[in-house]
Structures are given as structure tokens and as C-alpha cells.
Design a protein. Structure first.
Length: 138
């Protein structure tokens, strides 16, 4: 594995964490939205990551990055509240709110931002190592 692969791996991880941060922001933005039916209610979304494998160079599989395989909606139950005076209430007087857990989303946001920051530091360290290697010949 060359030192240049470090940039590809860290870059793919940064891209995946950006997707995670965007989904978390979307979940937080819709946390207090209200709907009159279960079908129209926003559901929390989470990314599914997988390792990108390379088996061509050495014959054995080695990770060469991370990719977003898809985005899934949370299967947690929606919040249902009896509020007949609400303008969005259905015929029975219920409103439906998303299954977004604000504490869990904040933890996801902190984890994603720290992962992103760590990958920036990996890229900076690899760059410094390459520059110092070039100065060895002087």
C-alpha cells in the first residue's frame, strides 16, 4: 500500500461522514414537524456504510476506503399525541410526530464531526510525512 492510498481512504471516509452529518441535520430539522397521518410523517434516516475492498493487487482482500451503501429509515414507532385543537389533527384528534431522538442525533453529529476531523488530521500528517521524506535527499 502506497502512502497515496492514505489520501483516498481518508477522503472516502470524509465523504461518508459528510453524508452522515447531512442526514443528522435533516433529522434534527424535522424533529418537531407534525403530520395528520402516519404515512406522511417524517422518519429518521441513517446511512449504511461498507468497506470498499481491493483484492486485485495482493490477492487478499484489503480495505481501500468506505462507501455509503444506502440510507435507511428508522423503524422506531412514531409519536402519536392526542391534540384535537391542533390544525393538523386527524378525524380522531391525533397528530403524528417523527421518531427522531434528539439526544441520539446529537451524539451522531458529534461522532461524525470528530471522525471527519480525525480524517483531516490523517491527511495532514500523511502530507507532512511525504514532505519530510522529500527533504531527506537534500
Amino acid at each position: 500500500m502506497s502512502l497515496f492510498n492514505v489520501f483516498d481512504i481518508a477522503g472516502s471516509s470524509m465523504s461518508a461522514q459528510t453524508v452522515r452529518l447531512n442526514l443528522t441535520a435533516s433529522n434534527m430539522a424535522n424533529a418537531n414537524s407534525v403530520s395528520s397521518s402516519i404515512d406522511e410523517t417524517y422518519r429518521a434516516r441513517q446511512p449504511i456504510f461498507s468497506a470498499m475492498l481491493d483484492s486485485f493487487s495482493t490477492g487478499e482482500k484489503s480495505a481501500v476506503g468506505v462507501q455509503v451503501k444506502g440510507i435507511v429509515e428508522s423503524q422506531a414507532p412514531l409519536q402519536q399525541q392526542y391534540n384535537p385543537s391542533h390544525p393538523m389533527a386527524n378525524e380522531e384528534g391525533y397528530i403524528f410526530m417523527p421518531n427522531v431522538n434528539a439526544v441520539e442525533e446529537m451524539a451522531n453529529m458529534m461522532s461524525a464531526s470528530r471522525s471527519y476531523q480525525t480524517n483531516v488530521e490523517v491527511i495532514n500528517t500523511a502530507k507532512q510525512l511525504m514532505l519530510r521524506t522529500l527533504t531527506l535527499g537534500q
